[in-house]
Ligand binder design. Sequence first.
Ligand SMILES: NC(=O)c1ccc[n+]([C@@H]2O[C@H](COP(=O)([O-])OP(=O)(O)OC[C@H]3O[C@@H](n4cnc5c(N)ncnc54)[C@H](O)[C@@H]3O)[C@@H](O)[C@H]2O)c1
Length: 256
Amino acid sequence: MGLLEGKIGIVTGAGSGIGRVTAQVFAREGASVAVADWNEESARETVELIETEGFEALTVRADVSDEESVAEMVRHTVDRFGGLHCASNNAALGAGFHPTHELDRERWDRCLAVSLTGVWLCLKYQIPAMMESGGGAIVNISSVSGIKGQITQAAYAASKGGVIALTKTAAAEYAQRGIRVNSVAPGGIETPGMASYLEAFPEIREKTEKLHAMRRFGRPDEIADAVTYLCSDRSSFITGQVLGVEGGVQINAHDI
Ligand SMILES: NC(=O)c1ccc[n+]([C@@H]2O[C@H](COP(=O)([O-])OP(=O)(O)OC[C@H]3O[C@@H](n4cnc5c(N)ncnc54)[C@H](O)[C@@H]3O)[C@@H](O)[C@H]2O)c1
């Protein structure tokens, strides 16, 4: 039996990278999954990959920064599958690479709107749907940047720090109502998002690898497996936690 057998899930930002693989793992583990992304074409590609393996998935065009769009994403999922038990709020947007005083207001606002407000909007609509479904588990994707900060990424790091605070708050609020809320904080992961960063700054690859005690980037499936565990009943006594899936980037990774 799969870890998510019979459950109904939503993954946002599931048209690419970590979100895509998370949706695939949810489906392999027995969940019916809504594949949400503002890029409908890429969401559809993810659904096709899932269907090719013989599992069920639903394409949802959703912009997580838009309240009506998030409400519709949850409504559509519940109408199609009959409830909601798990969610990975994964969609996020960076603001480029600028020292804090050079970052412009528009980029800051856009990054926060998607990467922080978007996660709150997802919680706002997923939580009532989960309460009506008898409980559930939510995993918000943060980042090591939200724990340590990250130079030239003030907006992104602040949004991820906010995601961690939001996760702990919601976990406390709904712990007695059958809903667990946790966060996974990835280190550097090889995804299309990371690939475009490394293309712009090729010299960063080796430096970034060295920051990780394991001396490598992670794979999307290594994040997806942690998310799936935290969405499953195997983690039934875990809430309000931030699980670093980051190859040792927060421990002293220097050679002596
Ligand atoms: N890749 C890494 O190294 C890394 C490290 C730490 C944290 N993370 C986090 O993991 C998550 C996934 O990262 P990734 O590297 O797979 O990203 P990615 O750029 O490959 O994919 C992100 C997906 O989110 C979608 N998206 C963006 N804005 C959206 C919106 N407003 N509404 C709906 N969908 C939207 C994009 O269309 C895309 O499909 C993000 O939260 C990211 O911050 C990634």
